[in-house]
Design a protein around this ligand. Structure first.
Ligand code: NI
Length: 213
């Protein structure tokens, strides 16, 4: 009947309703999504996508506060952060990057984008070994460089039900957890690089910003 499964008025209304409801959440929403139906009609709606701060924005240096209660506001923040991360696309996002200074991170390193991990008040209890991997960051678009991290970490956090959990991670997941916890502490991966590289990166991003302005 039509090219887009479920592309009926009621579904579109549902999405609009969901998008409007999301406006009650944290942060600001910027992305206008357009969908063209098979009959050439057009629906427009706002995705609940959050704006991602770009290095060297001073707000990336803010230290996030612990979450005192895992409530619906926090669960909505996690959902919006996850959508923002998947859309970017990225494999991790810290609340700091969307200008919400609470200890919340989302990670999904799966290729299928169905292994979402939300860590609230994450704390590294133990770490071991070292690994050097190429890192990038949604707040530092187009820049990749090698950073040394612990090879494995044990992290304690609260899940979306407010229950305490402990996770042992290695390889990419361990890198991701350390990278995102850094954000909550006001650090970006380029802070691990030499001063000279940091200056080069700032100049390159400033140039990019002028081109896209
Ligand atoms: Ni990052």
């Amino acid at each position: 009947m039509n090219g887009w499964p479920g592309s009926t008025g009621s579904i579109a209304d549902g999405i609009l309703h969901a998008a409007r409801k999301a406006y009650g959440g944290f942060g600001s929403f910027t992305t206008l999504r357009l969908i063209v139906h098979a009959d050439n009609s057009l629906i427009k709606f706002y995705m609940p996508l959050l704006s991602i701060l770009r290095f060297p924005d001073p707000r990336l240096k803010k230290i996030a506060e612990p979450v005192t209660a895992v409530d619906d506001n926090i669960r909505r923040l996690v959902r919006d952060m996850a959508e923002t991360m998947y859309e970017a696309p990225g494999i991790g996002l810290a609340a700091t990057q969307v200008d919400v200074h609470k200890q919340v991170i989302v990670i999904d390193i799966s290729e299928t984008h169905d292994q979402l991990l939300a860590l609230i008040n994450p704390e590294i209890l133990d770490s071991d070994g070292s690994q050097v991997g190429e890192e990038g960051c949604l707040s530092v678009p187009g820049i990749y460089d090698k950073v040394e991290r612990a090879a494995c970490v044990r992290v304690r956090y609260l899940d979306l039900d407010g229950q305490e959990q402990t996770l042992d991670a290695d390889d990419l997941l361990a890198v991701c957890i350390q990278h995102e916890i850094d954000h909550l502490q006001g650090r970006v991966f380029v802070d691990h690089l030499s001063q000279l590289k940091q200056v080069r990166i700032k100049n390159r991003l400033a140039k990019q910003a002028r081109i896209t302005a």
